[in-house]
Design a protein around this ligand. Structure first.
Ligand SMILES: NC(=O)c1ccc[n+]([C@@H]2O[C@H](COP(=O)([O-])OP(=O)(O)OC[C@H]3O[C@@H](n4cnc5c(N)ncnc54)[C@H](OP(=O)(O)O)[C@@H]3O)[C@@H](O)[C@H]2O)c1
Length: 236
């Protein structure tokens, strides 16, 4: 009965990497897409491609900026509300990553602003646009839970996002709030994390997309998931 109802999703950071891979998959299913990224040129390239398959609203801007988040909320309102929000946009911080004793605190603040505060602030801005039962996917990392040397800045910002997600879920039982580790992926961020190294053995972000689809379209409870393990589970 609901097959022809178009769903609407806001994906942050969808000009490349995992965000673009997910947007491409959902465009094939005719979801209306609201996407952003800071780089306007790459975002426009993505919009042009995706718009061949579905309705796309692309707004260049930085998720850590209040005005930009407000513009995203207005776009969500005009689109008739959101079935899902994917907080995917994220920064690594300096490359190579400094150890915590050497980490410039001002830079750490920027990492937290983008990776932890912005996703929560975006949910706050969108609170009236989230349809009942809307899905929120906050993309985190194994670095949020494992004490890898050199990953203290990025990893602790993702740990904060994990706990924000868990408590948001507890406080809002009408929403599904997922925190998801997509696994290592062959993307620009992975290249920045391992400068000068060959990262060609990492799976493409497309391999993490089916797990995200399971969260968007399945019936899983709020919680923490690993995207690629989810695919294996759902296939039995
Ligand atoms: N790659 C991995 O191995 C890996 C592993 C675990 C978790 N993750 C997580 O997976 C997610 C996707 O990562 P990825 O590897 O696909 O990264 P990526 O290739 O660097 O892509 C990041 C996307 O986010 C956008 N972006 C970054 N900062 C932004 C900001 N402040 N405001 C708006 N857009 C912003 C980027 O465009 P602009 O630069 O133009 O803004 C780009 O579109 C991230 O949350 C990351 O932490 C990645």
């Amino acid at each position: 009965m609901t097959e022809n109802v178009t769903k609407t999703i806001l994906i942050t950071g969808a000009s490349r990497g995992l965000g673009l891979a997910l947007a491409r998959r959902l465009a094939r299913e005719n979801w209306t897409l609201i996407i952003d990224a800071r780089g306007a040129e790459d975002l426009e390239t993505a919009r042009t491609e995706l718009a061949q398959q579905t309705r796309v609203i692309a707004l260049p801007g930085d998720v850590s900026g209040e005005e930009h988040r407000q513009a995203l909320a207005e776009a969500a309102y005009e689109a008739g509300g959101l079935d899902a929000l994917v907080n995917n946009a994220s920064i690594l911080g300096p490359s190579p990553q400094p150890q915590l004793l050497d980490y410039p605190i001002g830079v750490l603040e920027e990492v937290y602003r983008t990776n932890a505060f912005a996703p929560l602030a975006l949910v706050q801005s969108l609170r009236n646009e989230l349809k009942p039962g809307a899905r929120i996917i906050n993309v985190t990392s194994d670095a949020a839970v494992e004490p890898y040397e050199g990953w203290g800045g990025y990893g602790s910002s993702k740990a904060a996002l994990e706990q924000l997600s868990a408590i948001l879920a507890a406080e809002n039982p009408s929403l599904r709030v997922y925190r998801v580790d997509p696994g290592d992926m062959r993307t620009q961020m992975q290249g920045e994390a391992f400068p000068g190294e060959d990262i060609s053995d990492r799976p493409l972000p497309e391999e993490s997309v089916p797990g995200l689809l399971e969260l968007l379209e399945g019936d899983l409870p709020s919680g923490r998931y690993e995207a690629r393990a989810l695919i294996r589970t759902s296939k039995g």
